[in-house]
Design a protein around this ligand. Structure first.
Ligand code: RNT
Ligand code: ZN
Length: 419
């Protein structure tokens, strides 16, 4: 028996004292697929090879060498990251991360052929896929407006983009036998106080209705809409605010996408989940970390992430929560960014599965609130790390700081050689 196995045995005993079964926690963790965001690897630039500048809401900072310049490079980087991430997962694309362009076809005409290599690649590697339309980084994002733009022609372009990517998502879902989540987020807003807050929202509502008007099979496609509080350059007004998106999702039976960076720092995503679950069938979580603002830092194992995981698994609605990573840090090795962030969500989920939740509820039921606090704090001392290392070992995945040796080698051999 090696040291990881020994530590695991002791951990099982420790958790057992609180009535927690570790092997069933591991089985539950193993059943969770996280959608890994491809855009961490190319700094949300995409592969359209046009003159479009990055505009609207996605501010990537840092210049660590090795940004993927092609879809092939990005797939190779993802493969490296996936070797260091236990479990079976999904890959999520932004619509401008195309394999190829066709002459005269712009985003309003993209179809499954634009992503065929992605799909073949995912299939051979046992991955499933999600995709989001990209309503940014394009000349038709006029005055920062897409689906809510006052000009019908501009709106039409973006509506057709949404429709085309929905169809691509449904095709992906059909191919992989698992619904693809297609998440609509628009950067539309105003830097300074608008004279008219209402009309853009009515237009956004109509545009969304038009995008979703085509009936596509639910077994292959899940539609989501993502709200936001503000963005750089749109500080005063965001058309698709939380109130707007929540109302729309409830009314039209869509998934609501909750991004951890998109709320005031004193708001709690863990607290929002159970409230939303009273009114929504399903939600999409964009797992991110804001530092003072919506800064899209790599997810770390902080109270917020632990709480998101706990609130996702404590009740009987885990199958209604979809996890997708959404951050982009270009100041550190991008593969490390994936491995660390995804690993942290997995650790948070494992911690949640190992929580002595039944006991906590019993104490709360007896109004033993000091006992509840004592147990909550004791639980923080339980040997989560030993269980995680064992899980990695069983999945033949390197764990611990040694992961960095593997990443550094790839950096030296591949990433540093990119221009
Ligand atoms: C932007 C949203 C959105 C983006 C992606 C790249 O604030 O979070 O989900 O991160 O479109
Ligand atoms: Zn997001």
């Amino acid at each position: 028996m090696n040291v990881v196995e020994k530590a695991y045995e002791i951990a099982c005993e420790k958790y057992g004292e609180y009535g927690v079964d570790v092997s069933s926690a591991l089985a539950r963790l193993d059943s969770i697929s996280i959608s890994i965001h491809a855009w961490q690897g190319d700094d949300v630039v995409g592969f359209e090879k046009t003159d479009h500048n990055l505009t609207g809401g996605c501010q990537v900072t840092g210049n660590c060498p090795g940004r993927a310049r092609t879809a092939d490079e990005l797939r190779s980087d993802l493969e490296m990251a996936l070797k260091l991430i236990p479990g079976r997962h999904r890959v999520c694309l932004q619509a401008h991360q195309v394999d190829r362009m066709f002459k005269g076809v712009d985003r309003d005409g993209y179809d499954v052929q634009h992503f065929s290599e992605w799909i073949d690649w995912a299939e051979t590697r046992g991955l499933k896929m999600d995709i989001a339309p990209a309503f940014y980084s394009h000349r038709n994002l006029d005055n920062g407006m897409s689906l809510s733009h006052p000009d019908r022609e501009i709106r039409k372009f973006w509506i057709n983009h949404g429709k085309s990517i929905r169809r691509v998502a449904a095709k992906m879902g059909e191919r992989f036998g698992s619904p693809s989540v297609c998440n609509v987020w628009v950067p539309d807003g105003f830097k300074d106080a608008p004279a008219d807050r209402y009309s853009p929202r009515l237009r956004l509502q109509d545009s969304l209705d038009e995008i979703f008007s085509e009936t596509l099979p639910r077994e292959y496609l899940r539609d989501a809409i993502e709200s936001k509080l503000f963005g750089i350059g749109v500080e005063s007004y965001t058309v698709g605010s939380h109130d707007f998106c929540l109302g729309y999702a409830v009314k039209r039976k869509k998934l609501l996408c909750i991004d951890s960076g998109h709320f005031h720092p004193t708001e709690s995503i863990p607290d929002k989940l159970s409230a939303l679950m009273c009114h929504l069938d399903e939600i999409l979580l964009h797992v991110s970390r804001g530092v003072r603002w919506d800064s899209d830092h790599v997810a770390v194992l902080n109270d917020e992430l632990l709480g998101i995981a706990q609130e996702s698994v404590r009740y009987d609605y885990l199958n209604r929560v979809n996890f997708c990573m959404d951050y982009f840090d270009a100041s550190i090795n991008r593969i490390a960014a994936w491995v660390i962030g995804v690993g942290n969500l997995q650790k948070a989920l494992l911690n949640a599965f190992l929580e002595p939740h039944k006991k906590l509820c019993e104490l709360e039921g007896k109004w033993d609130l000091s006992g509840r606090l004592a147990l909550q704090e004791e639980a923080k001392m339980l040997p989560l790390g030993a269980v995680w290392e064992y899980y990695c070992l069983k999945n033949n995945v390197q764990s611990g700081f040694a992961v960095m040796d593997v990443i550094r080698k790839y950096e030296a051999d591949i990433l540093k050689k990119r221009g």
